[in-house]
Design a protein around this ligand. Structure first.
Ligand SMILES: [Zn+2]
Length: 283
């Protein structure tokens, strides 16, 4: 199996919105903000090459939204989606499986692009696009709180393409890729767990956007059901600690991966490392 972290872009959003009820005096010690209260976040995907498949987990903002949205998110740096894949020697046509943890536009916007005539087309024309059924049904009739994040221009072309496959329940997608389903951040968020040379890697998606979100009550203000998020985090952290999982972070600007340890305050970060470092150690 070959694994690659793909940093599509970075962005900046308000630190307060990313740490909910945690006071700034506490969170800014571990996750610094600039003079406008903005913190830097990564938008990282995971690429898995295995058994003739090329699996991509999430695909970033995409490029088709209007400038206002991009300005509001202060995009900077990163390798780009198609450009980053090209650096790995992967053409969009070669991607076989597009796993979408959820349909907030920073996770799925890159899956649909505009063709030369301005018509929506799948970025990965030969891929199956996986979403949980509960997330899909939640997103196509969005509540007022999440409506801005669930954009019809991302969703409808996926459905119309015939490439959308709805996941009914938790379990293996492939023998080496399991999907868990969480409900606290949004309904039906899928959390992939990948088995790599005997170690499981938990793709932390938006349940642990960054290492700073490992403490149970350090959660984003976006959660639709924060108590559920806390329960789900507790369960996953316990399992990850007991089985020595590696956590892979999608949004942590400074840290790609970590392992966990038990402390008197609860489960916390043990070692931090990049995915490349982890792979080198496993070799
Ligand atoms: Zn989200």
């Amino acid at each position: 199996m070959e694994l690659f972290a793909l940093n599509i872009t970075n962005f900046k959003i308000d630190g307060g919105s990313m740490f909910g009820v945690v006071p700034k005096v506490l969170w800014q010690r571990v996750y610094p903000a600039d003079e406008n209260n903005l913190c830097s976040w990564a938008l990282r995907s995971l690429v898995i090459k295995h058994e003739g498949r090329i699996v991509l987990i999430d695909n970033g903002f995409g490029a088709k939204q209007d400038k206002k949205i991009f300005d509001f998110h202060h995009l900077f740096g990163g390798d780009g989606l198609e450009e980053g894949l090209a650096q790995l020697g992967i053409r969009p046509e070669e991607v076989t499986d597009m796993v979408l943890t959820h349909l907030h536009f920073d996770h799925c916007g890159g899956g649909v692009k505009l063709d030369n005539e301005g018509k929506p087309a799948l970025t990965f024309p030969n891929a199956t696009y996986y979403v949980s059924r509960s997330q899909w049904e939640w997103a196509i009739n969005p509540n007022i709180r999440e409506a801005d994040s669930f954009r019809p221009e991302n969703l409808h072309p996926m459905m119309e393409s015939g490439h959308l496959k709805l996941i009914e329940r938790e379990g293996p997608l492939f023998p080496w890729l399991e999907l868990r389903i969480c409900e606290g951040h949004t309904r039906g968020q899928m959390v992939p767990i990948i088995e790599y040379n005997g170690t499981k890697i938990l793709f932390a998606a938006d349940i642990f956007p960054a290492t700073a979100h490992i403490p149970l009550i350090w959660n984003m203000s976006y959660e639709i059901d924060p108590l559920k998020t806390i329960q789900e985090k507790e369960m996953l952290l316990r399992e990850a600690l007991q089985n020595r999982y590696l956590l892979f972070f999608q949004h942590d600007y400074m840290i790609e991966c970590c392992t966990l340890k038990e402390t008197p305050k609860g489960i916390r970060v043990d070692r931090t490392l990049s995915l490349k470092e982890f792979i080198a150690e496993k070799a």
